[in-house]
Design a binder for this molecule. Sequence first.
Ligand SMILES: [Zn+2]
Length: 236
Amino acid sequence: MATTKLASQDVRQVAGELPRCRSVLAVCAHPDDESFGLGAVLARFEGLGSSVSVICLTHGEASTLGESAEGDLAALRQSELINAAEALSLHAVRLLSYQDGALRTEPQDRLAAHVTEMAGETDADLILAFDEGGITGHPDHMAATAAGILAASQLGTPVLAWTLEQRVADALNSAFASTAFKGRATGDLDIRLEVDRQSQMRAIACHKSQSFDNPVLRRRLAEQGTIEVLRWLHQR
Ligand SMILES: [Zn+2]
């Protein structure tokens, strides 16, 4: 029987499931990125049997959403992250103290060294990050992703990025004057998942200082519905 080539190199195949892996390390800039952004994907990895850990580079103390919160916002957001980690059943979470809003001024190899260290401790065989445009365009998100990519290239580990469909980014940017979401065309996507948001919603509720009055988050989740999309940034 003749063999048929299933796909030529230039045809991008969109998978309907996450890759199987032993341990995932998600690299985030702010407490809440792991829940607001990655929550449903992290839950899906766990459902597939992966151990999931998060490294977060700042305490998110510069957020304007929490400015009315009483007391020290950095400490509050640390406790919110700890609660969200429990809601997401994370294996481990590490919160660093780089300055919120200034990650791109830090030496990239210094940030990457933290990722490499935790990837070693958690035996990670996959790094998960926000897409290169930072999703919201936040420079801290881009710096965190760059650190993840640098660490992964040293470790020989693939990097999978959470991203948004272009139509979701467009809908948000036309609904809110202040947003600059970066989406991806369908042809740039590698994985399209149907997700359950139950544990993500519990984790979001833990970040009360950021989710209490956040119409952009609510609208994004409504636009995404039960769909999450991802793309490979770096493959072994
Ligand atoms: Zn963020």
